[in-house]
Structure formats: C-alpha cells, structure tokens
Design a protein around this ligand. Structure first.
Ligand SMILES: Nc1nc2c(ncn2[C@@H]2O[C@H](COP(=O)(O)OP(=O)(O)OP(=O)(O)O)[C@@H](O)[C@H]2O)c(=O)[nH]1
Ligand SMILES: [Mg+2]
Length: 261
C-alpha cells in the first residue's frame, strides 16, 4: 500500500510509484546529517549558556504552555500560522496523542484512546511563553488501522501526505513507532515522502513508544533495528507511562524551534 500523494513543488519530491522503496543511501546521509544536527551536544555548555538540566527544565516549561488552537479535517482548512510547526505522525495507536499530553504535562490536551483511529483531524496546539505562541504542535491522524473503511483510509493518507509535502512552516517531524511492530510499510512510505524535505533541512526524530513494555534487551534490539530502518536517522526510546525519554524529546523540540537553543 502507498500513500496517495500529490507531487509537490520543487526538486526531488517523492514519486508515489517509488514510495515503497527501502531507504536510500541519499536519505541515510541526509537523515544522519539531520540527526547529528538534531542530536543534543550535552557537553560542557559555553560560559553563560544554560546546562543540560536547565535547558530541559526550560523546554518542559515551554511545552506546558501548550493550548488548543484549531482542528481541521482537510489541509486547506488549516490556517497558515507562520510559526514553526512540529508534526507527530505514525501508525494509529502508536501513542502520538499520549506523547503530546506527556510532553506538555497536560492530561487531556490531545485525545488519546485505546481505540485506534481516535484522532481523525489534524489538531494544532500553540506553544509559547508569556501568552505569545512561538511554535505549533500538530497531532496527525494515524495510519494503517485495518478497520477504517478503504475510502476514509485513502482520504486520510492524502491529507497527511499533502500536509507533509506542502506545509511550509513544518520545522520537524516526530515519527512515533510501536517497537513491538517496528517500522511498518507505511512508516517506510512516510520516510520516503519526507526525505526531500529532510535533505533540505527538515528536522526528524523517530521515537520508539511504549518502551515500558520492552525488556532491556528487547529495547536494545528494537533500537538497532529501527536505526537501520530509519537509514541512520535519530531514534530514541520513549515511554509516556514511565516518563522515559520525555525530557530529551522536550529539549529536542525546543531546539528545533529556537535557533538559540
Ligand atoms: N504502556 C504504554 N501505553 C501507552 C503509551 N503511550 C500510549 N499508550 C497507550 O496506547 C494507546 C494509544 O495511544 P494514543 O496516544 O491514543 O495513540 P495515537 O497514536 O494518538 O492513535 P490515533 O489517534 O489512533 O492515531 C492508548 O491506550 C494509550 O494509553 C506508553 O508510553 N506506554
Ligand atoms: Mg491520536
């Protein structure tokens, strides 16, 4: 199965007919470059710069300001906000909405549910201190849920593909993956779809969710498999339940949207 996408503007946009190809070396290079630029260098901070603990505290405080902005069933209904936007994408039930709630330290900002397919719209949340938003979090509908009727499935894949290819303010993509399933075919398709933008500097991170369900050795194995599948892109463990990887992810989102971070 492939996402049904428009051809976006500009060079090198994903060709739907080739979207099921495995990650290419070019993507691996780009992903590695993106990952290394995104990887925090928690080394000694420059004089006067905040240390790691302080940066993470700052990032969590910033995310806690998140509030609902708008919800749209179609891309054209999404307002252009002119703020850097971070999209949470992934298979249905992977834990996107829960991750947003955990990162923002709010119980019900995004709708999370045991029932796959809970998020049906693109939901936008504004983030910013002092009542001034300086970034947007986007909770996207999940894909790959078998019980969704075919037409609805295709429609959502189109919406998401459109969003990822054309949303100008997109500054980063967080791909949420349940490590017990690994990267599925549709996750691979998504990687191909965003590859041209990653090559142009789009930030990108894979979070292996529900890490609390894995033993240590399962987690290590899941990490190395996902790293291979993500073509060298940054992959980290994440658990909303155990709050594993939360501070690191918060800091990453802050850095993506704040040049000085
Ligand atoms: N054990 C555990 N369960 C989790 C974790 N994160 C999410 N879940 C559970 O996974 C289920 C799905 O979570 P959601 O956040 O609604 O998933 P989603 O990716 O937003 O799903 P869609 O909206 O359908 O795309 C819920 O029952 C959550 O409680 C986690 O870190 N650990
Ligand atoms: Mg959801």
């Amino acid at each position: 199965m492939a996402f049904h996408l428009p051809r976006g503007p500009g060079k090198g946009h994903a060709n739907p007919s080739t979207m099921t190809q495995p990650p290419s070396p070019a993507r691996a290079d780009a992903a590695t470059a993106a990952a290394s630029s995104a990887a925090a260098s928690p080394g000694t901070p420059a004089a006067g710069a905040p240390g790691t603990a302080e940066r993470r505290r700052q990032a969590l405080g910033w995310l806690h300001t998140a509030h609902f902005l708008s919800s749209a069933p179609q891309l054209e209904h999404l307002p252009p906000l002119g703020l850097p936007e971070i999209a949470f994408v992934g298979r249905s039930n992977a834990g996107k909405s829960t991750a947003i709630n955990t990162l923002t330290q709010q119980k019900r900002l995004a709708f999370a549910s045991k029932t796959p397919g809970r998020t049906q719209h693109i939901n936008l949340f504004g983030v910013g201190k002092g009542q001034v938003d300086d970034a947007v979090l986007a909770d996207l509908p999940g894909y790959g849920y078998a019980a969704v009727p075919r037409e609805a499935k295709l429609r959502w894949q189109r919406v998401m593909g459109n969003y990822l290819v054309t949303r100008e303010a997109l500054s980063g993509v967080v791909l949420m993956v349940d490590p017990r399933l690994g990267l599925t075919e549709l996750d691979e398709v998504l990687l191909e779809v965003i590859r041209p933008r990653v090559e142009e500097g789009l930030n990108f991170l894979v979070l292996l969710t529900k890490a609390d369900k894995l033993t240590r050795s399962e987690a290590a194995k899941a990490l190395s498999i996902a790293r291979l599948q993500a073509g060298g892109g940054e992959v980290r463990l994440f658990s909303a339940l155990k709050r594993q990887g939360v501070e690191e992810a918060a800091e990453t989102l802050w850095r993506w949207t704040h040049a000085e971070g």
